[in-house]
Design a protein around this ligand. Structure first.
Ligand SMILES: Cc1cc2nc3c(=O)[nH]c(=O)nc-3n(C[C@H](O)[C@H](O)[C@H](O)COP(=O)(O)O)c2cc1C
Length: 208
């Protein structure tokens, strides 16, 4: 079977893509509005883009659009709106023990709602930027906006947000002799639908 993306329903294309590109790591992104309201949401369209300079990227999509004067206007998610305004964010890594709260924080709360309070999650101040850290995350990366590339301007269009990491917070239990202890970190990844994965089942291949 061959699928030509242009010829299928965008919702089916979304399902095809998230079912094919997996498991995906999760950036649990804290940001802050210009009025000072913290925001927290997970994004699994996420990876490292560069080591020197250290740059991460993730992609909030437009999942809502509004019609105005015959024009389709995409509605940015709070994370995208905040980062455009304040140019800072934190990527918090999600351990298995935090998966439930991470999922709760993905609900479509209004712009003026603080998800930390809504899901009853402790935060702590960052050291270099304004958005708070997820206190329970074993790794938090403070980022300053590097660039935003808008890829589509309609429903399910993406926005690639690139952020330069300026400070990494590592819990002492997780960082040993320059290595991250994966058993301690116990990260989760996103699959398709409502499925997630842990990294309990691992195998090794020596690099040629
Ligand atoms: C595990 C997980 C991964 C997600 N990944 C993405 C993603 O990569 N891009 C996206 O636009 N939405 C993603 N979502 C949905 C957003 O988290 C959701 O739309 C959220 O309400 C956005 O919050 P905000 O408006 O506060 O930014 C994901 C949800 C979950 C639970």
């Amino acid at each position: 079977m061959i699928v030509i993306p242009k010829e299928i329903d965008p919702k089916d294309l979304y399902k095809l893509l998230i079912g094919s590109v997996l498991p995906r790591p999760i950036a649990w992104v804290s940001s802050i509005s210009k009025e000072g309201v913290p925001n927290l949401a997970p994004f699994s369209f996420f990876t490292v883009a560069s080591t020197v300079p250290p740059v991460l990227c993730f992609a909030p999509q437009y999942s809502k659009v509004e019609e105005k004067n015959g024009k389709t206007i995409p509605v940015p998610k709070d994370t995208l709106a905040n980062i455009k305004e304040t140019k800072e964010f934190v990527v918090n890594i999600v351990s298995h023990s935090l998966a439930e709260k991470m999922n709760q924080s993905s609900a479509p709360y209004a712009h003026n709602i603080n998800e930390f309070e809504k899901v009853n999650l402790a935060s702590k101040p960052a050291t270099h930027i304004k958005p708070p850290l997820v206190a329970g995350s074993l790794i938090n990366m403070e980022c300053k906006l590097y660039d935003i590339i808008e890829i589509g301007h309609g429903l399910l269009g993406g926005n690639l947000i690139l952020g330069e990491i300026i400070c990494i917070h590592l819990n002492d239990s997780v960082y040993k002799n320059t290595h991250i202890d994966l058993d301690v970190l116990d990260p989760v990844g996103r699959l398709s639908g409502n499925l997630y994965t842990t990294i309990k089942d691992r195998f090794e291949l020596e690099r040629p």
